[in-house]
Ligand binder design. Structure first.
Ligand code: P6P
Length: 337
């Protein structure tokens, strides 16, 4: 009986993409797969925690949200540490990076940056959330303690990036620089199976994802772009459809499948935007470009930005190339005086 290839089989089959790797990137991707299964299992029970929690006094949203963020963070750190493939990790949940100090980990050549549970406030209302990860070769010498500079590399240096989307089904989507592939989890078997080979943004898109509640705070060019997308123009398939879930992974995944534009611009209340460069924008930008799209801070390529701080924020516009180029045009032609 013909069946889809599993994620493990796919990783092994594509090991040849890394002539110099001794299988350690494959092992690292497999440990992310394992941690994803564990987080997925806990998230699916979160609803029960919410029901149970209503009996207690604790603030379920704050409590379960905090708990679930910490749970996901702990699961990924312990699972990645146990496999010995990385010398350090940075996370949205931790102020500083974690250096794995024993000799085995000091010999490891990769580092991981991640948002363990992006959009976790949606858990309590059962809306799709995700995990985002980004993998680099270290630049510090093998055998030494990982350094902050290892984590402050531009996104174009990534060797792999991806996300897990915990939605109506759980899908792991990743790239190693040779295209984007998605694998759907079969809980009955406990494996991820290739379900979305060679993912690409459609040539055109007519969906836009932005929190229009922030409209009043947006720069002039973004305001004009939003109004333009809402005008009636049959030839350009406008007005576009607005779809915004408050979960980057969910909005990104839908826009990559159906064609669309995601924007988190800067505004008076968020001078640099909200999204973090290192573990949200860079991995999603790597995936975007590998899927034929563009990812910009409104002026230039996200992957070219030289990071200064672990948790720095940047304005983020990503999706179909045409839609991003158009957004950059509106920004360029409506510079704030
Ligand atoms: P807002 C979730 O907190 C997140 O980082 C992204 O997943 C999401 O797209 C965005 O922030 C939502 O932010 O300000 O619209 O609620």
């Amino acid at each position: 009986m013909e069946r889809h290839i599993t994620l493990g089989e796919f990783i092994i089959e594509n090991q040849k993409d890394f002539p110099y790797a001794k299988g350690d990137l494959s092992a690292l991707l497999s440990s992310i797969k394992l941690a994803g299964k564990m987080v997925n299992k806990s998230i699916n029970k979160a609803g029960l925690a919410q029901i149970l929690g209503k009996v207690g006094k604790e603030n379920i949203q704050g409590e379960s949200q905090a708990k679930m963020d910490v749970m996901a963070n702990d699961v990924f750190i312990s699972t990645l540490r146990n496999r010995g493939e990385i010398c350090g990790l940075a996370s949205e949940e931790l102020e500083d990076y974690v250096a794995f100090e024993d000799d085995i980990h000091k010999e490891a050549k990769y580092i991981v940056l991640m948002d363990p549970l992006d959009g976790s406030s949606n858990i309590d209302v059962d809306i799709t959330i995700g995990t985002i990860f980004s993998i680099y070769h270290r630049i510090s010498p093998i055998g030494t303690r990982v350094t902050k500079e290892d984590f402050l590399q531009p996104g174009k240096n990534q060797v792999a990036a991806g996300y897990l989307i915990y939605g109506t089904s759980t899908i792991l989507v990743y790239t190693t620089g040779n295209g984007v592939n998605g694998f759907t989890f079969d809980p009955g078997i406990g494996s991820f199976f290739l379900s979305h080979p060679n993912m690409k943004f459609p040539k055109e898109g007519s969906i836009y994802s932005v929190n229009e509640g922030n409209y009043i705070h947006f720069p002039k060019g973004i305001k004009k772009l939003i109004k333009w997308m809402q005008e009636l123009d049959k030839d350009s398939n406008r007005p576009y459809t607005a779809r915004y879930t408050g979960s980057l992974v969910a909005d990104f995944h839908r826009n990559m499948l159906m064609g669309g534009l995601y924007l988190y611009p800067q505004g008076s209340t968020a001078p640099k935007g909200k999204l973090r460069l290192l573990y949200e924008c860079n991995p999603m930008a790597f995936l975007t470009e590998q899927a034929g799209g563009k990812a910009s801070d409104g002026k230039g390529r996200i992957l070219d930005i030289i990071p200064k701080e672990l948790h720095e924020r940047v304005p983020f516009i990503c999706g179909n190339s045409e839609m991003v180029v158009n957004a950059e045009k509106f920004i360029r032609e409506n510079k704030e005086d």
